[in-house]
Design a protein around this ligand. Sequence first.
Ligand SMILES: [Zn+2]
Ligand SMILES: [Zn+2]
Length: 343
Amino acid sequence: MKAAVLTAWENIEIQDVPVPEIGEEECLIKVRYAGICGTDLHIYGGHHPTAKTPVILGHEFVGTIERINTKSPVNLKIGDRVVVEPLISCSSCGACREGNWHVCQNLKLLGIHTGGGFAEYLRAPVGKVIKVNDRLTDRIAAMAEPFAVGFHVNQRAGVKNGDRVLVIGAGPIGLIVGLVAREGGAAQIAFSEINPIRIDQVRSFGFTDIINPIENDAAAEAALLTEGEGFDVVIEVSGSQAGLLLATQACRIRGTVVFVGFPGSIPQFNVMQGIFKELTMVGSRVYTYSHFQKAVRLLESVEAAGHYDLEKLISGVHSLEELAQSIQTMKEGTVPGKILIEF
Ligand SMILES: [Zn+2]
Ligand SMILES: [Zn+2]
């Protein structure tokens, strides 16, 4: 089969490799679309703490079941369209034993640590496979994983009906976090973003409260948007120093700040604001299986309602041969959304 192998940092080769053999309780999936994630950009550049080469990346994908080997009473058969929750947990660390598989001390991901979706086929554990509804197109289903991230962030933030939410950083994940917050009943969703391409993208989804820290004093704008109260929830997706300082400033007294974006180094942080405002500060990492499942259902209900076009989250659909170039394009920030690899 054809696969894009990351043979060394910043080097992808299209190779002919054997189709994976499946073991017990596994299935072989024929990939239809695989999305490029921010994490893939990190790995490609050699900045991921645990990824190693050679590897076939791609942890966001949709495909069909080509072969299945299971004795479990799963509702899956050959030909089913599926997505995969890609976490691989050790099952023996403290977090796993408490049932918190997604923050496993030895967490690995399919498509980061084992063969992923930038190949014609991949193998996946049957227990991680989720069937998608016919209403969901393949392209939208390929975004199940980033929606699972967005769903989990909102759960960690405890976003409630009527809440005012600020999302700092409006790349694909930031925008999806905001969309999920809106579906969850947040009354006001504002974004802080400096990239004009991303600002246009956010506006095209009907969001109007946008802070551009290059043009204005972001903290003053945040106060203005909330009558001086601050936001109930601030979700920091940019990982930037300025974003982290804005997060505590823009959050209301006793509000919640959620950390999602990876900072490049250990950043400065306004602890005094955390203390004086009694902020709740939480981290958010990947998603639970249940949140992944619910994210798929959320996508299905958004598609059914048809209030907005999820296709706009996709900025390009390219071939496997164009993977390296597509990663470069996403790195440059010249497109607002996801790039999908089509098979
Ligand atoms: Zn991802
Ligand atoms: Zn574990």
